[in-house]
Every structure is written in structure tokens, then in C-alpha cells.
Design a protein around this ligand. Structure first.
Ligand SMILES: [Zn+2]
Length: 68
């Protein structure tokens, strides 16, 4: 997944790219979720965790793609 876009304040403008998906932090579907972490496992596929904007603000989460 390419996550190269800038993080904008949450709005309903169509130009803002958002992803609808499961937020692992508040345990519900939400708009604007972003990939936070990939937990590698020895076998099979890794575990991916996503968080919505409010949860990223509350928990200080940095999207996986935005890290140095
Ligand atoms: Zn959330």
C-alpha cells in the first residue's frame, strides 16, 4: 500500500484521500484509517494494524509510511 500522501485534518472534502477500514484502537470501522504497524510473524502473513485520525491524535501514533 502506497501511503505517500500528506496527512490532512479530517474533512469530508472529496479531494482528501481517505481509507475506510477497521481501527484497531477503538475497535470499529472508521474513515481515514492509516496503516500504523506491521507485525512480522514467523509463518504466514504479518499482522497489520490501522488507526483512525482521532486515535492517532490521542495515542500519538505515527503512520507506518510517515516514519523516517
Ligand atoms: Zn480509532
Amino acid at each position: 500500500m502506497d501511503e505517500s500522501t500528506q496527512t490532512e485534518p479530517t474533512t469530508d472534502t472529496p479531494a482528501t484521500p481517505t481509507a475506510f477500514g477497521w481501527c484497531h484502537w477503538h475497535q470499529a470501522h472508521s474513515d481515514g484509517v492509516r496503516l500504523i504497524d506491521v507485525i512480522e510473524q514467523g509463518t504466514g502473513s504479518g499482522i497489520t494494524t490501522y488507526a483512525c485520525q482521532p486515535c492517532r491524535d490521542v495515542h500519538g501514533l505515527v503512520p507506518f509510511a510517515d516514519r523516517p
